[in-house]
Design a protein around this ligand. Structure first.
Ligand code: F6P
Length: 362
């Protein structure tokens, strides 16, 4: 093992630079390896676009947001946008990527990514590439790990937003809706809702009923609480309804972009009652900015553990936080199915015990 590659794939999230830094430092300090960073996710692998990473280039980036390597959630080497006879079409460029790795004498590749990127990583592993993965996403929806890095920073941002909405909601006696990200899982909504003391938490795993949401707001009104805070996951659904899609991005391997359920709920509340309602869509603020200390630490642990996994020959695996230990698990386990909130689980139970409603009139 002399030279390794690293790339950051999919949507960015806080902590990417801390992982790049940890991978590079551990590889150089502990094993004297060379490290190449591919640019803009898997795209750099196909186009052979890379930079040398050394102790100097990763110095001072552990606390910064984004990724110094760039990322992309649309470039899949197995379905790569290519010009053929002057026309744009999708072709399989995975062999070209593997050839690039071979020509660069790269012995192993560390893929820092979420669900989509890890599906691609697994395909490369199946084709013989020595891959180790690091679980990234603010959505916290990967299996086989207790947490993905970036999630806790997103929760921190959403929780602060709830704090800010509280004061203005109270002043104006309004209902304030905060729409947060998370795709098909309600982790950000649930954690931020508990942390920020939301009155209603809406998540994809528990379809809500409008009358139950309004009932909760009215109950509070009767208790002289003339405002309410609702945190809603972008993937939340009304019972019998469908997820609200903001747009389709067909250049991406996951074309669905969720968004808009907060505005729909506000409209529905105002139509069904005379409760004044406002909406804040937190959007990419949840992905930007510096990682909180928790994510800096877990990212550092993941990065170092990924290098150890490479040196131990544990290819096709992902580093994972299980309990308080970092272990390795098969990538296949992590991507088998999306990890979702358990509607009967302890976290939901905690929120209910605190008097929070999931819009289901229990
Ligand atoms: O997976 C991370 C995530 O931020 C989701 O929470 C969100 O649905 C999606 O990415 C947004 O993607 P884009 O950056 O393409 O708008």
């Amino acid at each position: 093992m002399k030279r390794i590659g690293v790339l950051t794939g999919g949507g960015d999230c806080p902590g990417l630079n801390a992982v790049i830094r940890a991978v590079t430092k551990a590889a150089i300090n502990e094993y004297g390896l060379e490290v190449l960073g591919f640019q803009d996710g898997f795209k750099g692998l196909v186009t052979n676009n890379y930079v040398n990473l050394n102790l100097k280039s990763v110095s001072g980036i552990g606390h910064t947001g984004g990724t110094i390597l760039g990322s992309s959630n649309r470039d899949d080497p197995f379905r790569f946008l290519t010009m053929v006879d002057g026309k744009q079409t999708y072709t399989d460029q995975s062999d070209r990527a593997i050839e690039n790795l071979r020509n660069l004498d790269i012995d192993a590749l560390i893929v820092i990514g979420g669900d989509g990127s890890l599906h691609i990583a697994q395909k490369f592993y199946n084709k013989g590439v020595n891959v180790v993965a690091v679980p990234k996403t603010i959505d916290n929806d990967l299996g086989a790990t207790d947490v993905t890095f970036g999630f806790n920073t997103a929760v921190d941002t959403a929780s602060e937003a709830i704090d800010r909405l509280h004061t203005t909601a109270e002043s104006h006696h309004r209902v304030m809706i905060l729409e947060v990200m998370g795709r098909y899982a309600g982790w950000i909504s649930l954690h931020a809702g508990i942390s920020g003391g939301a009155d209603v938490i809406l998540i994809p795993e528990i379809p809500y009923r409008l009358e139950c949401v309004i009932q909760k707001i009215q109950q509070r009104y009767e208790q002289d609480k003339k405002f309410s805070i609702i945190v809603i996951a972008e993937g939340a659904v009304e019972k019998g309804g469908e997820m609200v899609i903001q747009r389709m991005d067909h250049t991406s391997h996951d074309p669905i972009r969720l968004g808009g359920i907060g505005n729909k709920l506000a409209q529905d509340i105002e139509n069904a009652s005379n409760i004044e309602t406002r909406v804040t869509v937190l959007g990419h603020l949840q992905r930007g900015g510096s990682p909180i200390p928790y994510d800096r630490i877990i990212s550092s642990r993941y990065g170092v553990a990924a290098v150890h996994a490479v040196m131990a020959g544990k290819f096709g695996s992902m580093v994972s936080l299980t309990g308080s230990n970092i272990i390795t698990v098969p990538i296949l386990e992590a991507i088998k199915e999306l990890r979702k909130v358990d509607p009967e689980g302890e976290m939901v139970g905690t929120a209910r015990a605190l008097g929070m409603s999931f819009g289901d009139c229990l």
